[in-house]
Design a protein around this ligand. Sequence first.
Ligand code: URA
Length: 259
Amino acid sequence: MAEPETSDVEGERLQKVLARVGIGSRRACEDLIADERVTVNGEVAVLGRRVDPTVDVIEVDGALIAVRPDAVYYLLNKPVEVVTTADDPQGRSTVVELVPDDPRVFPVGRLDYLTEGLLLLTNDGELTHRLTHPSFGVEKEYLASVEGVPSRGALRRLREGVELDDGVTAPAKASMSTPGLVRLTIHEGRNRQVRRMCDAIGHPVTRLVRTRIGPLADRSLKPGEWRSLTPDEVRQLAAAVTNPDAQPDEPKPPKRANR
Ligand code: URA
């Protein structure tokens, strides 16, 4: 059989890597491995397994463990009139210009040119993939200033789903504590979704701010400011994109390693 990319005789011991990121003591991590609760690249890990945390995908009970020592995670408060791309042919300001340029990072998902608020940028491709994949359904919360004052029925339509040209939206959370200021939480990532939902109920958006991405929120970041995620936030984020098929109480046994 061909050798796996990360040989078992190289790399760091799995329990050491797990302990380093705070999963538990080395002994506790050994127990997790012995109990077959840890997978490496989708296969159940055995005690003594060595890993390369820069390439191997490590999960405990189906939850991705962010252990890449070279990975960076920035939370940016995107200002208006900045594009969410790495490079803009029209020469407009981009979000990557607002964060350090080494290592190179990419935005996770996108905010419209005129949308403000929280945006994650990282060089962790696996986490990006999971955060943007619809099956993981990470919640995003927005504050939308809208024209007029939506009625209770209009808010109910937002909650129950509105007909857009690419289909009915999934159930959402919608509330309004200040007239004309709608707090909307969605877990789909369709293009201009919030603006289109508000258009559909007859209350176009005049200002849109993203205030939360899954477990991440920060009211102290000013527009244009960024900060690194704390290790705990990275773990919470990784937990939020747990394998959707995994059951927390009774994890499905993943495919056993063929060696
Ligand atoms: N929904 C929108 O309409 N715009 C965004 O930028 C994000 C969500």
